[in-house]
Design a protein around this ligand. Structure first.
Ligand SMILES: [Zn+2]
Length: 65
C-alpha cells in the first residue's frame, strides 16, 4: 500500500517522491505524473517515512548515515 500524496494543482494521487530537500528546509519535493508538475510539501513524519523507504531502495547506500 502506497501513501498517496495528492497533487495540490490537479488533485491527482499519481505523485512520486522527488527530492528530500525542497527550496526550504522544512519541505520535500514531489512530482505529479498526472500534470507533470513538481510541488513541495511540508515535511512531516509521514513524509520522512516515505523518503526513508525511497532511499532504502537504492543498493549500495549504507542506511542512516
Ligand atoms: Zn497534478
Amino acid at each position: 500500500m502506497t501513501s498517496a500524496v495528492a497533487c495540490p494543482y490537479c488533485g491527482s494521487p499519481d505523485t512520486e517522491f522527488f527530492s528530500l530537500f525542497g527550496q526550504q528546509l522544512m519541505t520535500v519535493q514531489y512530482y505529479c505524473r498526472a500534470c507533470r508538475t513538481p510541488f513541495e510539501r511540508v515535511r512531516g513524519r509521514d513524509v520522512l517515512r516515505d523518503a526513508e523507504r525511497h532511499t532504502r531502495r537504492r543498493d549500495g547506500d549504507p542506511p542512516g548515515q
